[in-house]
Ligand binder design. Sequence first.
Ligand code: 13P
Ligand code: SF4
Length: 313
Amino acid sequence: MDWVKKIEELKKQKNAIIMAHYYQDASIQDIADYVGDSLALAQWAAKTTADIIVMCGVHFMGETAKILSPDKKVLVPDTAAGCSLADSCPADEFAKFVKEHPDHTVISYVNTTAAVKAVTDVVVTSTNAKQIVESFPKEQKIIFGPDRNLGNYINSVTNREMLLWNGACHVHEQFSAEKIVELKKQYPDADVLVHPECKGAVAKLADKVASTAGLLKHAVKSQKKDFIVATESGILHEMRKQCPEKNFIPVPPEDGSCSCNECNYMRLNTLEKLYNTLKYRLQHSTTEVVCPHCGSVLYEGQRYCDRCGTKQK
Ligand code: 13P
Ligand code: SF4
């Protein structure tokens, strides 16, 4: 089956657009109307005039698109595409933590469920977190969640002491300073590009710490030839496309036997599932599955409830 051709046909028929995060497989990035970081995907989702948004990313990205475009149908090709960072912040525990600190402003990273966002004052992404934190007076007490690494990084660059939720991403936690030091011996002139979800010891070795879009922008602008990249390896596809003359070296995870610099959740989406989503998910299901927490109707196999964010069994 020629998935690309079939997807293009269905997309036109149904007035759908396809958005993809930089961590998607190259085949999905290549067919998407928009490829971007979390912030850009949210901004595009808020602006589109299409009837249907197919969000090729993880669940919270689809949920964010739905919050920003409530009248649109938002579909994620594989609804089991969760996020370990969002999972590290259960909504009931976070709400309790917030209640215990009533004098704090709550800033949450976009990698959270809608239920966590509901007890949040401001939602940020890695592109705008520093700028938004700095918009608050220095004396303002702030809770920042769920990523302790991003929180520590923002604390260090803004000279603040935000109270951090102790969450992390299983992909970015895998990168080690030792592997980067080894690579630097091989490529002494390389710039080290690091996503702020990495541990502090890794961020300290960086020439640039930024969101996926920020790292890409740096690579395009830089005069350097070699780049050591410490984030999910999907971003290398767009880096190589935009800079074919440059050399991008993915940092291998600490456990060299796995390909854990690929996000297993992001990579659940495939062209076949994208096709099936456009073809079949717009039809009504005959078996009704209901969220035990809020009663919303779910798709069979849906991992998180769209309304309350509850993880399904
Ligand atoms: P970006 O906003 O930098 O694209 O990051 C999203 C993400 O999930 C990183 O793990
Ligand atoms: Fe979540 Fe980490 Fe995957 Fe990003 S890379 S979607 S933070 S699990």
